[in-house]
Design a protein around this ligand. Sequence first.
Ligand SMILES: N[C@@H]1[C@@H](O)[C@H](O)[C@@H](COP(=O)(O)O)O[C@@H]1O
Length: 264
Amino acid sequence: MQIVILKDAAEVARYGADIFTTQLQRKAGAVLGLATGSTPVALYQELIRRNQAGEVSFKNATTFNLDEYLGLSGEHPQSYRYFMDQQLFDHVDIDKNNTHVPPGDAKNPITACQEYEAKIAAAGGIDIQLLGIGRNGHIGFNEPSSGLTSRTRVKTLTKATIDDNARFFAADEYQPHLSITMGIGTILDARKVVLLATGENKADAVKAMVEGPLTAACPASALQLHRDAVIVIDLAAASKLADIEFYQHIEAENQKLQAYLASL
Ligand SMILES: N[C@@H]1[C@@H](O)[C@H](O)[C@@H](COP(=O)(O)O)O[C@@H]1O
């Protein structure tokens, strides 16, 4: 795991946007795995700004979102499809036909999960997967006790996640308890994984992910197994890590190595 500790959420968003920009510049037809939640919004805003300034293009990119509420169609304002349209796709030069979000209104959700996996495979796999983290350590909607090699499937949300996400729903509005989510195995198959976390309320989950045991009790700890996982966090989210200075030292050395390699 590469642990990048930055001052605040704005720096986290810029760092994340840099990784995605580099990927898109390197491979125009990049396959991006995307995430919802409040954490990636600032990153998306930065990518929109860069796209509109002509610095980066999504023209040939393909995207796959992590998850969707089961029971909501893409027109529902709380659906993750709607969120992605509003927060990113409607503002950049992407071909919407190349954007994929699990179908929350699928007639048969079980076969829809298999079809989603097949589409990812047909696109050549995911080059870079963006992730947030739930306070209980979930990634996508892989709640604690999720299989560490799981594939895209229907998952039941925990009470904690339903409560955390209740802020997006009106008091009298139906809030789904089920989801379709990429599995942890699906996420680990991405060639690169970038997880963003900001704020003190993520500090326990970040500690469990980075320094805790590999366990289904903290699904994000599975990223310890990934060859190219970058954990980008602000000081507040890093505040419970055992040795922040050591992680900062490693990252400074890493930057020097990258600069040297670039100069060759
Ligand atoms: N399914 C999403 C996750 O993908 C996201 O990482 C998490 C954290 O969201 P936030 O960034 O709003 O804290 O929320 C939801 O449960």
